[in-house]
Ligand binder design. Structure first.
Ligand code: ADP
Ligand code: GLC
Length: 481
């Protein structure tokens, strides 16, 4: 099957969160199942700079947009990819310094609607064989709002490929005004409640839901949650009326990149059969990034870790409220790594200044530190208010770092609470994401940590769980068929 897999970010070329990881590892798993999968993304400057081979495959003149630009399709290679991938290149839209979505001040790029509209249009042209003569797609797999107009543009083609649209996070809807819609010269036929129109403006995500043949999201529990008003961001009616084409397929993780026995970012390796001393050595290495002399007491104390975008989705507000109480009531230490909201960056810095020997933080984005925190912490904090899937709790499980999670979305589908006396227990599950529940659960984890034998059993159960992509990739393949 020829599959065109479109995403606005793909690790290691460009990544702001879990979508980047998925857009790298799912196509790879599908390729391993024998499918011809082409990854396609915009040719951002940082992507062009990291590729080692570039070839022009074709040209397109877009009839849409303010400036109707000329767009090139490039084929690129990179050492991390076994197969070449494709880039939609348009200098005026993608060749700039900064993040794929926001400028250096953290504001959305003023022309995001045009940037992702043109990307989606180009993908629809390539998918229908109008750019590369001998290649057309059987299936186009579009991810998140940035790719939402791909199914809509394909609607205009009679011999179109099947269209799969995956929701990674419903909170980001790609909402823009009617004026923008008109100035982009988008088709009148989409402007209806049964099309892209959404409360007087338009939503690229909604277009993806309406015009796709199948909608998926990244865990079975989130697929149910988004059909309710509490999680639906106004799309719950649309989603529940389309439940016939909606399903949840749990993400996997790349078990080569996230493997404590061979992880190239780690100074010490360990595995389920020999967790120690490797894990403790990583804890020492992680702590020594922040303190000059790592005492035995610091090594023995439970270390809570977090790696996250700093948003309320991830419960950073309740974590920062819980830390002072934990400081007083236990000997636990914290290492927080994240980037995002400047408010929470300041709150975390204040906590570090207050408890310089016990609260450590790394504010910024670093793959190496993400791996170090996963390996060096004892307990991972992920008390999300909602979580479509979540990859970090799965990385934590694989690294024997027991996660504290909320009973929602993909967290509910991957973590089994330790209090249940269940032989599959691998972490700590909270039934609501508020400070008191978090504090109770952190205390439970600290107590469980004291029972060394019981803790090791939990770690082994966690590390033995299979989160490889194979099973999920097979489910996507079934869906494509
Ligand atoms: P989300 O996509 O909602 O942010 P996920 O758990 O699915 O959450 O994926 C987050 C991904 O982003 C993980 O690979 C995680 O390691 C990475 N990540 C998040 N914050 C940072 C950071 N500050 N530095 C490095 N990696 C980060
Ligand atoms: C989104 C979600 C996260 C999910 C990731 C990859 O960023 O917030 O839960 O794991 O996409 O699907």
């Amino acid at each position: 099957m020829n599959v065109l897999f479109a995403s606005s970010e793909v690790w290691p070329l460009v990544k702001t969160g879990g979508l980047g990881d998925v857009a790298y590892s799912l196509p790879k798993a599908l390729q391993a199942l024998g499918q011809d999968v082409k990854i396609i993304l915009p040719a951002y400057r940082e992507v062009l700079e990291s590729c080692d081979g570039l070839k022009i495959l074709g040209w397109m003149d877009s009839p849409y947009g303010y400036q109707t630009p000329t767009i090139r399709l490039l084929e690129a290679t990179h050492p991390q990819f076994d197969q070449p991938f494709w880039l939609v290149d348009c200098q005026s839209l993608y060749d700039r310094v900064g993040n794929p979505y926001v400028n250096e001040e953290g504001y959305d790029w003023f022309d995001n609607a045009e940037r992702f509209m043109q990307f989606s249009w180009a993908v629809s042209q390539i998918a229908t064989g109008q750019v590369v003569d001998d290649w057309r797609a059987d299936v186009v797999h579009a991810n998140d709002w940035q790719c939402g107009l791909i199914p809509a543009f394909l609607d205009h083609h009679h011999h179109r490929p099947k269209r799969v649209f995956t929701i990674h996070n419903l909170a980001f809807g790609g909402h823009f005004s009617k004026e923008i819609y008109q100035s982009l010269k988008l088709p009148d036929t989409w402007w209806s409640p049964e099309g892209a129109e959404f409360y007087g403006g338009f939503s690229m995500l909604k277009a993806g839901l309406i015009y796709s043949d199948a909608i998926t999201t990244v865990s079975p529990t989130y697929a149910k949650e988004i059909c309710t008003s509490a999680f639906g961001y106004g799309m719950d009616g649309i989603l529940s009326s389309r439940s016939y084409k909606l399903s949840g397929i749990l993400n996997g993780i790349d078990e080569k990149i996230w493997d404590p026995s061979s992880d190239s970012y780690l100074p010490h390796h360990y595995s389920v059969d020999a967790i120690e001393p490797g894990k403790l050595d990583n804890k020492r290495a992680l702590l020594s990034e922040h303190i000059d002399t790592v005492s035995d007491a610091a090594l023995e104390a439970p270390l809570f870790g977090m790696v996250s975008r700093l948003t309320e989705q991830k419960g950073i507000d309740i974590i920062t409220k819980a830390i002072p109480a934990m400081m007083m009531q236990t000997n636990a230490n914290f290492v927080l790594m994240g980037s995002g909201s400047s408010h929470y960056e300041a709150v975390i810095q204040d906590l570090r200044n207050q408890y310089p020997d016990r609260v450590f933080c790394y504010l910024g984005y670093s793959e190496k530190m993400a791996h170090m925190v996963e390996a060096g912490s004892d307990i991972f904090l992920m008390p999300s208010r909602y979580e479509p899937c979540g990859l970090n709790q799965m990385y934590s499980l694989r690294y024997g770092t027991l996660p504290i999670v909320t009973n929602t979305g993909g967290l509910a589908d991957t973590v089994v609470d330790a209090s249940d006396g269940n032989s599959e227990a691998n972490g700590f599950v909270m039934n609501s994401s508020d400070v008191n529940t978090l504090l109770d659960t952190m205390h439970r984890a600290v107590d469980a940590f004291k029972d060394k034998l019981g803790w090791k059993t939990l770690q082994q159960t966690a590390m033995n769980k299979d989160f490889s992509w194979k099973v999920s990739a097979e489910q996507y393949l079934e869906l494509y068929k």
